[in-house]
Write a protein that binds this ligand. Structure first.
Ligand SMILES: *[C@@H]1O[C@H](CO)[C@@H](O)[C@H](O)[C@H]1NC(C)=O
Ligand SMILES: *[C@@H]1O[C@H](CO)[C@@H](O)[C@H](O)[C@H]1NC(C)=O
Ligand SMILES: *[C@@H]1O[C@H](CO)[C@@H](O)[C@H](O)[C@H]1NC(C)=O
Ligand SMILES: *[C@@H]1O[C@H](CO)[C@@H](O)[C@H](O)[C@H]1NC(C)=O
Ligand SMILES: *[C@@H]1O[C@H](CO)[C@@H](O)[C@H](O)[C@H]1NC(C)=O
Length: 398
């Protein structure tokens, strides 16, 4: 691993150098967006590209996935803030051991129940702070807890208290100031102010599903736009609306992938938070086959610590993915006890590893790492645990 880390640092240095020359890092594929996006649009005019990978033999681009951090949970107790400190320690350990070039925040970054945006963005910023402090760029997407709706605490209705609603001083109408929690759009506005963040508002016609966008990884050794890999980010819902990837999101993906990669010549990977129904199927097959044919199922990682908690419906996304030979893998979080990768059709379905001390379950924390090489393309992955150990190494594409 020492050798790998050294190479990674090398690429990180290159990335930073390139950044300095504004010559670089990640192409965003822009959908025409309007209001509220001015800041972002100005930045995206730079046509940023992620440098790394494909720089010749032995070079690669490394991504760390941070899933289910749940910052800000039970902030009013002693253990709430303590678990956030512990989560920062996990991320710091992973970042310092692996030296990734890029980080993906895979949803449930915060537990936003009952938090106004002021507080929610405070916790969000804590969650991204270890990555930002190391000058590593990142992208994020939403889970079901990031904009979890307001829940009236029962003790607000006890004999000694009445429900408190804090209204802005200048609001006059009751329903304007009644607190409804933090929205995805508010969180997104906060997130994209970070100059190292490559997160985007998705196209408006997909809202309420917000974090839908594509980033293109470019080879650093070419001066023209030579994509090494496409990374699709989708919002799988939950929180303020149902846990689904809707038909219109699938249509957006079809449009986008046809536009950017018409003949499926560029490898593609996909990120969202809540596993699709296909994950349930895969886990069942493994369980049935487990006794007799364990070796033949090729799954890697912990399979049965808990049941797959899938999206509410499958509306066409998986079919589109399986029809594209370029799609190599899907990565989700959501189930804190699962960290497997299993083959599905011609691709892989993978869980991340829960990274945060927030949220349910006390399974040990860690992060899934992706390593992308170019020329020839390969995609490898493993789990780096908080205590430094590595397990579940798997080759997802060669
Ligand atoms: C929200 O922010 C306010 C002002 O900074 C602070 O007083 C309050 O304790 C915060 N609430 C939570 C739950 O973090
Ligand atoms: C209240 O004031 C703030 C800041 O001055 C402003 O941004 C907001 O739009 C105002 N809200 C209403 C309901 O007028
Ligand atoms: C997909 O492309 C078609 C044809 O250009 C267009 O009519 C449709 O609105 C697009 N759908 C989405 C969700 O972008
Ligand atoms: C695939 O598409 C790319 C970009 O549109 C093009 O450069 C390449 O020649 C195509 N390859 C094949 C085999 O059609
Ligand atoms: C580190 O954690 C792993 C998995 O959580 C565990 O199996 C292993 O024994 C631990 N190793 C050390 C050296 O603590």
């Amino acid at each position: 691993m020492v050798k790998l880390s050294t190479r990674s640092s090398y690429w990180r240095m290159i990335t930073i150098l390139l950044l300095l020359y504004r010559n670089i890092v990640i192409v965003r594929s822009d959908d025409k967006q309007s209001d509220g996006l001015t800041l972002r649009k100005m930045r995206s005019d730079n046509h940023l590209r992620v440098a790394g990978g494909g720089g010749g033999e032995g070079s690669f681009f490394k991504v760390a996935l941070f899933a289910d951090l749940h910052f800000g949970e039970d902030a009013w107790t002693d253990w709430g803030p303590q678990q956030d400190l512990n989560s920062i320690k996990v991320m710091s350990t992973v970042l310092d051991t692996e030296n990734p070039d890029f980080v993906v925040y895979l949803g449930d970054v915060i537990t936003a129940n009952n938090l106004p945006i002021h507080n929610a963005s405070f916790y969000w910023n804590q969650a991204i702070s270890p990555t930002r402090a190391r000058n590593i760029p990142w992208a994020s997407l939403f889970g079901n807890h990031d904009d979890a709706p307001f829940e009236w605490p029962i003790d607000w209705f006890s004999s000694s208290r009445i429900p408190q609603i804090l209204c802005p001083a200048n609001s006059s109408e009751g329903d304007v100031c009644s607190f409804k929690g933090t929205t995805r759009l508010e969180l997104m506005r906060n997130e994209i102010e970070n100059s190292l963040s490559f997160t985007e508002f998705g196209p408006e016609n997909l809202w309420p599903s917000v974090s839908n966008y594509v980033l293109t990884l470019l080879s650093p050794n070419t001066d023209h736009k030579s994509p090494l890999m496409l990374m699709y980010f989708l919002d799988s819902g939950g929180g303020s609306y149902p846990e689904i990837i809707s038909n219109i999101q699938s249509e957006w993906f079809r449009n986008k992938s046809n536009e950017l990669n018409p003949n499926s010549s560029i490898p593609e990977i996909v990120f969202w938070h809540i596993p699709s129904k296909a994950y349930e199927k895969v886990a069942k097959i493994k369980k049935v086959a487990g006794k007799r044919r364990r070796r033949r199922t090729h799954c890697v990682g912990s399979m049965f610590k808990e049941r797959v908690a899938a999206q509410e419906a499958e509306m066409g996304m998986m079919k589109l993915l399986t029809e594209r030979p370029s799609v190599k893998a899907v990565f989700v979080g959501h189930n804190h006890g699962l960290d497997w990768c299993c083959p599905y059709e011609k691709m892989w379905l993978c869980y991340a590893r829960h990274t945060g001390y927030g949220g349910y379950g006390s399974w040990d924390r860690g992060a899934r790492i992706l390593e992308v090489s170019g020329e020839p393309f390969s995609l490898k992955s493993w789990i780096r645990m908080e205590n430094g150990t590595v397990h579940s190494e798997v080759v997802l594409s060669t």
